[in-house]
Design a protein around this ligand. Sequence first.
Ligand code: PMP
Length: 287
Amino acid sequence: MKIYLNGEFVEKEDAKISVYDHGLLYGDGIFEGIRAYDGVVFKLKEHIDRLYDSAKSITLEIPLTKEEMEKVVVDTLKINNLKDAYIRLVITRGVGDLGLDPKKCSKPTIFCIAEPMNPLLGEDGIKVITSSVRRLPVDVLNPAVKSLNYLNSILAKIQANYAGVNEAFLLDREGYVAEGTGDNIFVVKNGIIKTPPLSSSVLRGITRDTVIELAKEMGYKVVEERLTLHELYVADELFITGTAAELVPVVEIDGRTINNGKIGETTKKLSEEFKKIRKTMGTKVYE
Ligand code: PMP
């Protein structure tokens, strides 16, 4: 397997970065997780736009144009002959000294990994808990920035592990529902689909955007509004979205069963529709 690292393709064993890299020392960097389905990179342009927005927000100057960055992703798939893959694109502040000052980092580190990805199992529905760890407030480290520092999510995930469930949901500072450790949250109640707004400490998920768009096209009413845990507990259906997870039903939250533990009709329909369109929305790798 070949990995793109700072302008070159190197073997996995040789893909090494410095212990002085601030991505490692301080989580000072940003990333994207991207999927390719049958030779089409799903919404590559949208991922690259989000990456450059994250970079701008933390004043990290990426020394490549967006077109060049798209080519990095496409070339990484090509060189590894991959059609269905999970892609990780990472930009760190680069190598500096032991101080945290980013001024000491002269050149960002850029790497791209693409691994084969087979369709995910576990579509029977997952169990979740609400974590006591609050999602980062927008005025502390805005979750809109897809930063390398995932400790906030990891601490919540540890609670899910201890509770013996698959995932943890985090609330925002005000106590409203924010998001999962690596996914956005949707509820369905009386035929209306609801998801927390971007002001509720959430990442603007590419899958979230896609599902909102799809649902509207299918005739559903979709509302972005602050949600309380109560609304999740009494939901007709509950599901999460994300690049890796796609669309996964939640059948239990904090011990409350959703929809008698069965996958709801709306979730099923949206999931089927997502599977149909995912190959049609993106950038072709092979001509
Ligand atoms: N929230 C968080 C915290 C995430 O890490 C992710 C995964 N990138 C998402 C939401 C879902 O975003 P996307 O649909 O773009 O993968």
